[in-house]
Design a binder for this molecule. Structure first.
Ligand code: ZN
Length: 64
């Protein structure tokens, strides 16, 4: 369980989380795919099972 301040920080400090916290806080790519940040109009390639990266404080969107 998170306090609001901790949850907010979690989006920016993924590297500092435990494995258990990562599983609850992030999404993993269902397949090799590109992800897209709507805030800064940037795409990034991720492989299946990798953590969907956070950009501009939000989780990037998976592109079909
Ligand atoms: Zn961004």
């Amino acid at each position: 369980m998170y306090e609001p301040t901790q949850k907010n920080e979690a989006a920016f400090l993924i590297e500092g989380l435990t494995e258990e916290e990562k599983d609850s806080a992030v999404i993993r790519a269902p397949c090799d795919t590109d992800v897209y940040c709507v805030t800064c109009n940037r795409t990034e390639y991720v492989k299946k099972g990798e953590i969907i990266p956070v950009c501009s404080g939000k989780v990037t969107e998976i592109l079909d």
